[in-house]
Ligand binder design. Structure first.
Ligand code: IDP
Length: 153
């Protein structure tokens, strides 16, 4: 399984609800490695870049209003198959439909204020990570535990 990096955002609703630690803890307990992290306020311009595929959609103004409404925590998570692993941990977009045991399924009931963003594929991950992190803000470290965590099946 290829080692991947993915962009995670703890969205403004989760920061407001004091769920940042819980959400990042779930990623870490799964075995994902946090190799970069920062808190920031997303600007309308960054929102348009991040959500370029949604800018023309009817819900975009609400999405921009929400994602710029307060600080987010941006994280780069690394691990084998990290993109899909994070998508599975997140659950379906709409919290009312997300499975119990997923972050959105356990903590949310909204389709828009859904706590967490995770890149949806390798191209998106590469593009989005560049929007939030400089190369020198991402770290490589601590490989000793990895044979135990990721033993080849
Ligand atoms: P994802 O975050 O599960 O990948 P996307 O379809 O890429 O979902 O949508 C990006 C974000 O836009 C969602 O996480 C959610 O915050 C918001 N969103 C998606 N669909 C709607 C909608 O129909 N109404 C309002 N907000 C939406």
């Amino acid at each position: 399984m290829a080692l991947e990096r993915t962009l995670i955002l703890v969205k403004p609703d989760a920061v407001q609800r004091r769920l940042t630690g819980e959400i990042l803890s779930r990623l870490e307990r799964k075995g994902l490695k946090i190799v970069g992290a920062k808190m920031l306020r997303i600007t309308p311009e960054l929102s348009r870049q991040h959500y370029a595929e949604h800018v023309e959609k009817p819900f975009y103004p609400d999405l921009e209003g929400f994602i710029t409404s307060g600080p987010v925590v941006a994280v780069c998570a690394e691990g084998p198959g990290a993109i899909a692993v994070c998508r599975t941990l997140m659950g379906a977009t709409n919290g009312r439909e997300a499975a119990p045991g997923t972050i959105r399924g356990d903590y949310g009931q909204s389709r828009s204020m859904n706590l967490i963003h995770g890149s949806d594929g390798p191209d998106a991950a590469a593009r989005e990570l560049k929007l939030y992190f400089k190369d020198e803000e991402l770290f490589a470290f601590d490989k000793l535990i990895e044979p135990v965590l990721y033993e080849a099946a």
